[in-house]
Design a protein around this ligand. Structure first.
Ligand code: NAD
Length: 258
């Protein structure tokens, strides 16, 4: 017995993977893991200098990674960016909708504009990327994998100031279910990951009310890292998960059980 079957089940060689927000935190962990599995990773981030230096770092370790500037909240930019990627590197087989913003504001302080700004990136932006990627996957006719990074906060609120954020992430989870249904006939799977707290630049730098004592509680199984979220993403992206769609997987160290 050897482990070649195991390797094949997680082999992404020859696949193009777009990771939005792939230059920092969870997205960087995911980009790295997909590159280790053999994918050509497109680090698509609004922060092009962070994207370029991270892609360079991955390439120096033997990976195939390219940085592209992308603001997921701009429809024209999303369309042209996905067209460029497809023309220059081939159609994506994997999309990880990871880019997001996490600032908090108390319920009574959230203005309509605050609300719209959060949905514009976390929900509308993710939809635009999903639509463009699915269109390219459908045209290519080889199926595909879409993984949406939502949040455990949609199931288990413990922190003040997350109403707009959690609504955007709940919307993303609902979008996943409906997209999974509509994309079934094209053999494109759509799954959702619900991370618990991960100490990333985005989480640590988020503005707003201090996290509650409950939110600061250490998860029973320990604090999750970007690598934990990346392993779950690799699973959904891999041949091992070929018959799995419309599922939600919380990666939160058991936090919801406390
Ligand atoms: P992060 O801020 O460290 O990384 C986010 C990346 O997204 C950055 O590189 C940023 O430049 C990019 N980005 C922001 N706006 C963008 C836009 N409009 N277009 C393209 N790129 C954009 O954050 P993170 O903690 O790694 O979060 C990644 C994802 O995980 C987010 O969707 C976040 O909501 C989700 N999440 C994080 C946690 C956590 O505790 N860190 C928990 C649950 C869910």
């Amino acid at each position: 017995m050897n482990n070649s079957l195991l390797i094949q089940l997680f082999d992404l060689s020859g696949r193009v993977a777009i990771v939005t927000g792939g230059a920092s935190g969870i997205g960087a962990g995911i980009s790295c893991q997909l590159a280790i599995a053999g994918a050509t990773v497109i680090v698509a981030d609004i922060d092009i200098s962070a994207g370029q230096s991270f892609a360079k770092e991955l390439c120096s370790e033997g990976a195939s990674a390219i940085a592209i500037q992308l603001d997921i909240s701009n429809e024209d930019v999303v369309k042209s960016c996905f067209e460029d990627i497809s023309r220059e590197h081939g159609a994506p087989w994997i999309l990880v909708n990871n880019a997001g913003i996490q600032n908090r504001k108390g319920m009574f302080e959230i203005s309509g504009d605050d609300w719209d700004a959060m949905q514009k990136v976390n929900l509308r932006g993710a939809f635009l990327c999903l639509r463009e990627a699915a269109e390219l996957m459908k045209y290519e006719g080889q199926g595909g994998r879409i993984i949406n990074i939502s949040s455990a906060s949609i199931r288990h609120p413990t922190t003040e100031g997350l109403a707009a954020y959690a609504a955007s992430k709940g919307g993303l989870a609902s979008l996943s279910q409906n997209a999974a249904f509509e994309l079934l006939e094209h053999n494109i799977t759509v799954n959702t990951i619900l991370p618990g707290g991960v100490m990333t630049p985005g989480a640590l730098g988020a503005t707003g009310p201090a996290p509650s004592a409950a939110a600061q509680r250490r998860p029973p199984l320990g604090q999750c890292t970007p690598e934990d979220i990346a392993m779950a993403t690799l699973f959904f992206a891999s041949p091992a998960a070929q018959h799995i769609t419309a599922q939600q997987l919380a990666v939160d160290g058991g936090w919801q059980l406390t």
